[in-house]
Design a protein around this ligand. Structure first.
Ligand SMILES: Nc1nc2c(ncn2[C@@H]2O[C@H](COP(=O)(O)OP(=O)(O)O)[C@@H](O)[C@H]2O)c(=O)[nH]1
Ligand SMILES: [Mg+2]
Length: 199
């Protein structure tokens, strides 16, 4: 009988996991910080600051009146999707005045999640444009807030004029499994693209 290598106690060392970078974008108060916090294995690095009186005219909290803090620089988190696949999540700042950070964050990103709230769909136009222009694959994730009307995927797709290839997923940014589903769809998109390119 042939001895297997593993029978001799020689186990192969586990390969180092592939680390991929993903961005989480979307309008102010749409749930980016919540999403990163829901799945991150490390204590999410947050740079929340209390909303100040000075920020009030620009930080539109209508619809998210409970919101007391805002992400000034970014959210950062990590999730092991499989033992050989680790995602690093970077939440983009929602406010227009921090747009200068986006190009830094986008460098080397495999893909993105654009979070949307159907009550304020226009808030994610800028993020959709940004990723479309740069050819960064993204999944449009509708964060289903309590009390917000549910719209079918086709309606959201039409309203945002999304390419047919862009996945639209209804999610709950507070729910780990729900968020994982969104992240997997981003990764799968990119892998499918790479496989196609490789012929
Ligand atoms: N009901 C509900 N509230 C949410 C959900 N996601 C986020 N929130 C709340 O909405 C507010 C804004 O979320 P946050 O993650 O700070 O938004 P960000 O500005 O995009 O980072 C917070 O008070 C969250 O607790 C959700 O899926 N459902
Ligand atoms: Mg935030």
């Amino acid at each position: 009988m042939r001895l297997l290598r593993s029978d001799r106690g020689r186990t192969r060392p586990a390969p180092a996991p592939v680390a991929l970078k993903l961005l989480v974008a979307g309008g102010f108060g749409v749930g980016k910080t919540t999403l990163v916090g829901a799945v991150s294995e490390i204590r999410p690095l947050r740079t929340e600051e209390l909303l100040t009186e000075a920020g009030r005219p620009v930080d539109d909290t209508s619809g998210v009146e409970g919101k007391r803090t805002t992400t000034v620089a970014m959210d950062f988190g990590r999730i092991t999707l499989r033992e050989d696949l680790v995602l690093y999540l970077f939440g983009t700042p929602g406010q227009d005045r921090f747009w200068f950070l986006w190009d830094e964050l986008a460098r080397g990103a495999l893909g993105a999640v654009v979070l949307a709230d159907t009550r304020r769909l226009q808030d994610c136009f800028a993020a959709v444009d940004y990723f479309e222009r740069r050819g960064i694959p993204f999944t449009l994730a509708v964060n289903c807030f309590d009390g917000a009307a549910r719209y079918p995927e086709e309606d959201v797709r039409a309203a945002l004029d999304l390419d047919p290839g862009v996945p639209v997923i209804l999610c709950d940014a507070r729910d780990k499994e729900s968020v994982k589903g969104v992240l997997v769809s981003v990764v799968e998109q990119r892998f499918a693209e790479l496989a196609e390119r490789a012929g």
